[in-house]
Design a protein around this ligand. Structure first.
Ligand SMILES: [Zn+2]
Length: 169
């Protein structure tokens, strides 16, 4: 088994895109962060047989935060293995977020909030027809979490167009 990424294995190993991947990039089917994420993860996969079995669906970067979309089974493998998480974090040298590629908005938010639990999830429609997504989390928001919350809001908005409102019980 060999790690699958948004670009060819050979490209990810050499860091040079073939014509096909170059065209995908030009057409906007993949982004520079997909390319960078593929290269970094491929480097890690050479040292780690578990990563080598995985599929990276996409890698997005927002304000220096890297969001890695994995196949659900791979996501679960990584989440249950702190050594793997540390290895990936060190490889990217950036703050990383792990999410499942085939998930709905609620699951996407649960992935971002983890280990904080989402107790409730609903929508708020404003009089102008604007939709907000409201989540209730099981923790009080302290100063550190506020930074995390701002990041989660930014990521949700740019990747999923989710306008997030966060409440605590
Ligand atoms: Zn290629």
């Amino acid at each position: 088994m060999i790690l699958k990424t948004p670009i060819c294995t050979f490209d990810a190993k050499t860091g040079i895109l073939c014509n096909m991947c170059e065209n995908k990039l030009a057409a906007g089917q993949i982004t520079n962060s997909d390319v960078e994420g593929s290269i970094v993860l491929t480097k890690l996969s050479l040292k780690n047989p578990e990563i080598d079995k995985m599929t990276l669906i996409a890698s997005k970067e927002i304000d220096n935060e890297v969001i890695l979309f994995f196949k659900s089974s791979d996501f679960r493998t990584i989440r249950s293995n702190t050594k793997l998480i540390d290895l990936i974090r060190q490889g990217f040298k950036k703050n990383i977020w792990l999410v499942e590629s085939d998930s709905n908005d609620r699951r996407f938010l649960e992935n971002l909030f983890y280990p904080i639990r989402i107790d409730n999830f609903n929508f708020i429609w404003l009089p102008d027809g604007h939709k907000l997504t409201r989540v209730v989390i099981d923790k009080k928001i302290n100063s550190i979490e506020k930074i995390t919350l701002e990041r989660i809001k930014k990521i949700s908005l740019s990747l999923k167009k989710i306008e997030l409102v966060v409440d605590t019980e």
